[in-house]
Design a protein around this ligand. Structure first.
Ligand code: BGC
Length: 415
């Protein structure tokens, strides 16, 4: 079920269409059900203002393929208008001179006043905006099928121990405890959730933001790998290569009990007409209640020569932060709006919980950037971490201690 776009009707810019309005080409990887519903809201709003939309969707969860394609296009001198680039990589693209200055939109629209500073800092290079944030995803979620839990007589886990108890009960009724796709970014998503629980927010930041070698190579990190291996044993043998949305649909259909995934998974539950609190449960992943791993999707804007296309880019940037767009997009995407001044009355319990914990975790020091989703390091360091984590996931003979030694070694060499 696609969340209605009629909410937009009132605000749809009675725009006077310029004679030869420009076009925007937008690179993203939002091809799953909920994601596609979400991005189509942007396309519709742009087209309603008279601009042309060229869709540049590249399949592949987590966006690694999309980033590869983007690099090729940009290096050959033909970048799109905007691309979903996140976190520290935005600075990297700006430093290389690829991005444009969006202050002509940001200043009159007062972006500084409506977006948290922690996020605007990432969107700016040299004091000007080069990117626009779309949403805030929370990564440390557990998604559970209510009926499976009832059948298994299991309780939604709040700690790692409770997770193992619930997983055993689900296994005992012949179902898959944990739906997972063994792709590097999904393995890293699961890994960082376990890391947040075992390390706590402070050491998580030391490890994945500061790249502190003592923390990356320490005893607690060995424990993270140990628990990772244990959680992995509740994943079925068909997980290699499985897409995240296929794993989500296993939970939706009741073939599996749980999935650990960011709240883009909720977009799939919504697209399938499922209701939180009834058909499924969203809960902070084991041991991480009160903590919040954030993943902010954002579009970086490339420097284009064509004047009409620059105008179209400005319209795109402005539309992304339009409160009406923020509402309908995020209802479909599963995330929460990036504007803090939004009316949240149309959002469900999962989104309200997310918004509450986003704000409270910022005060307690429990708000941490996602390593798996490009928020904490550059993509070079991230991909080195992905290699170690995935190798460990696939290799039953590697010990947690060996994995930790490899982790410090590859991170050092990619810094
Ligand atoms: C992105 C989400 C996307 C997910 C699955 C994440 O890295 O931030 O927007 O839905 O990957 O592709």
């Amino acid at each position: 079920m696609k969340i209605t776009k009629t909410l937009l009707a009132a605000s749809l810019i009675s725009a006077v269409t310029p004679a030869s309005a420009g076009e925007v080409e937008v690179l993203h990887w939002w091809t799953a059900g909920g994601e596609a519903n979400a991005i189509s809201v942007l396309k519709d709003m742009l087209e309603q203002q008279g601009y042309s939309w060229i869709d540049f969707g590249v399949e592949g969860g987590g966006g690694e393929s999309a980033m590869r394609v983007l690099r090729t296009r940009a290096v050959s001198g033909n970048p799109p208008s905007a691309a979903n680039i996140k976190g520290p990589d935005i600075q990297e693209w700006a430093r290389l001179g690829f991005l444009t200055n969006l202050n002509s939109v940001a200043n009159p629209e007062h972006w500084d006043d409506v977006i948290p500073k922690m996020i605007t800092n990432v969107m700016k290079y040299d004091n000007h905006y080069v990117a626009v944030p779309v949403n805030v995803h929370r990564v440390n979620w557990l998604w559970a099928n209510s009926e499976v839990f009832a059948k298994a007589g299991a309780k939604i886990p709040t700690s790692m121990d409770e997770f193992f108890t619930a997983a055993d009960k689900i296994k005992a009724i012949g179902l898959i405890p944990l739906a997972h796709g063994s792709q590097p970014w999904q393995n890293a998503t699961l890994f960082e959730v376990i890391a947040l629980d075992v390390l706590g927010a402070k050491d998580y930041i030391k490890a994945f933001v500061d790249l502190d070698m003592d923390t990356l190579g320490g005893e607690k990190m060995i424990e993270v790998f140990t628990q990772f291996k244990r959680v992995r044993s509740y994943v079925d043998n068909n997980s290699p290569g499985r897409d995240w949305m296929t794993a989500t649909s296993m939970v939706i259909k009741g073939e599996a009990g749980m999935q650990i995934m960011g709240d883009w998974a909720k977009g799939e539950f919504s697209a399938a007409g499922k209701v939180p609190g009834k058909d499924y449960v969203c809960a902070p992943a084991f041991g991480t209640a009160g903590k919040f791993t954030y993943n902010v999707d954002s579009f970086a804007f490339f420097d284009l020569q064509d004047e009409e296309n620059f105008k179209a880019q400005q319209a795109l940037a402005s539309t992304i932060l339009d409160p009406k767009f923020q509402e309908v997009f995020n209802l479909n995407k599963g995330s929460i709006p990036v504007r803090l001044d939004m009316d949240m009355s149309h959002f469900d319990q999962c989104a309200l919980d997310s918004m509450r914990e986003f704000k409270s975790s910022a005060k307690t020091g429990d708000l941490v950037p996602s390593m798996a989703h490009g928020m904490s390091t550059t993509s070079y360091v991230q991909s080195a971490m992905f290699d170690v984590i995935t190798n460990f996931f696939n290799n039953p003979n590697e010990t947690p201690k060996e994995a930790v030694q490899r982790l410090t070694k590859v991170v050092k060499s990619s810094m």
